[in-house]
Design a protein around this ligand. Structure first.
Ligand code: S3P
Length: 428
């Protein structure tokens, strides 16, 4: 386990291409594996989570070739997966674990599924319950609603599921199980979550219709191989958006970032805080909107973040807490209890770390309250093996007096291999 030491910087300047989107990379492997023919993916994220997805589908007999950031997948259709000879290991990836469980529920062979110590603590009842309603034979081996999971063959029936939480992992799990069910399956969420599965199933020739926060899949789609260009991940771009906004004299151009409206809450919030952010070269690639994002140092003010915007920025809340430390006034984050069941309990882990650095930040049941304007000092901090915590602390350190240590910093490889190198390249 590596640790990194960081010092304050003068400002950040220049252009950067950030790695491909994690959510879209996972889905491209899954749907490419179930499509007929050879799909080609470019700008694939080679972070550990997405490599776990590749590994699972290879174990089920899919021919997947990865070279640099390009992937070719020879799919053989919806019913072509083979029984793996060993357990499917999903590493640290909640997205792989939850979405693949839906696909596995529709197979005519038994699978066992497990991940690392963090995955083994994350709640799986949110997928076990609806999958069982579909007749799936999915069991938590330790009867604790967590992994390891066993999934046995069954005849799936369609359901109209009304979910209590807005979660794209849950929604995607049910919709992809719905490909194997008799009749149309729908998922209705309290608020809209990211819609990459809907976009990509339709792009591959399947059919998911949406009505507000309800998504409806038509079963037995004939998916056909496609070429997919993965946009840069806005969740990774968020660290550099933050760095430029809070570091005096900064100006950074982040190229080719996915700005799907179900992911762009970070842009809405930063603009509301007074952030100088411009979108250039707006485009659409395989159904996903992209843009270059130009960010300049800005005078920021505190805001309240709550309700239906939360799922649109769920992975950005720890870096938003960092931005809030540099804003005038109070920032309140509410309705974000989901943060407690991510790779770490992010409400606790970000509050603990930023408090150590001198921030005025208070933990609440479902969020945080941050008073801007405290002077920050370097400190010894922990990533808690959570990539987003490590990267958020790194950005806070750019404006802290003295040295910041981040223990176990190599977990950034989960979603952003090369993060510290890119940060160094932009730093003056
Ligand atoms: C993801 C959905 C979100 C997000 C995760 C990726 C996805 O999780 O936090 O990083 O790709 O579907 P939830 O569905 O649990 O909100």
């Amino acid at each position: 386990m590596k640790k990194i030491e960081l010092e304050a910087v003068k400002s950040l300047k220049g252009e950067i291409n950030i790695p491909g989107d994690k959510s879209i990379s996972h889905r491209a492997i899954m749907l490419g594996s179930l499509a007929q023919g050879e799909s080609h993916i470019s700008n694939f994220l080679t972070g550990e989570d997405c490599l776990s997805t590749i590994d699972c589908f290879r174990k089920m007999g899919v021919d997947i070739h990865l070279s640099d950031k390009n992937v070719s997948i020879k799919g053989n259709g919806l019913h072509s997966l083979k029984k793996p000879s060993s357990l499917l290991y999903t590493g640290n990836s909640g997205t792989t674990t939850r979405i693949i469980s839906g696909i596995l529920s529709g197979q005519d062979f038994e699978t066992q599924l497990n991940g690392d110590a963090s995955i083994m603590k994350r709640p799986m009842s949110r997928i076990i319950k609806p999958l069982k309603m579909m007749n799936a034979r999915i069991e938590s081996q330790l009867n604790n609603d967590c992994t390891p999971l066993t999934i046995r063959p069954s005849n799936l029936k369609s359901i109209d599921y009304v979910s209590k939480i807005a979660s794209a992992q849950v929604k995607s799990c049910i919709l992809l199980a719905g490909m194997y069910a008799e009749g149309k399956t729908s998922v209705t969420e309290p608020y809209l979550s990211r819609n990459h599965t809907e976009i990509m199933v339709n792009f591959f020739g399947g059919k998911i219709e949406t009505e507000g926060t309800k998504s409806i899949i038509t079963p037995e789609p004939i998916l056909e191989a496609r070429d997919i260009i993965i946009p840069g991940d806005i969740s990774s771009a968020a660290y550099f958006i933050a760095a430029a906004l809070i570091t005096p004299g900064s100006e950074v151009l982040i190229k080719n970032v996915g700005i799907n409206p179900t992911r762009d809450g970070i842009l809405t919030v930063c603009k509301k805080m007074g952030g100088n952010i411009e979108l250039l070269n707006v485009n659409t690639k395989n159904g996903e909107k992209t843009a270059d994002i130009l960010v300049k140092y800005s005078d920021l003010r505190g805001v309240t973040i709550e309700g239906d915007i939360i799922p649109l920025l769920i992975d950005e809340l720890t870096i938003i807490a960092v931005i809030a430390m540099f804003a005038k006034g109070t920032t309140i984050i509410k309705d974000a209890a989901e943060l407690r069941v991510k790779e770490s309990d992010r409400i606790k882990t970000i509050t603990t770390n930023l408090s150590k650095m001198g921030a005025n930040i208070t933990e609440t049941d479902d969020g945080m309250i941050i008073e801007g304007g405290s002077k920050l000092y370097g400190a010894e901090t922990e990533s808690f093996n959570d990539h987003r915590i490590a990267m958020s602390i790194a950005i806070a350190s750019l404006n802290a007096k003295g040295k910041t240590i981040i223990n176990n910093s190599d977990c950034v490889d989960i979603s952003y291999p090369g993060f510290f190198e890119d940060l160094k390249k932009l730093s003056l």
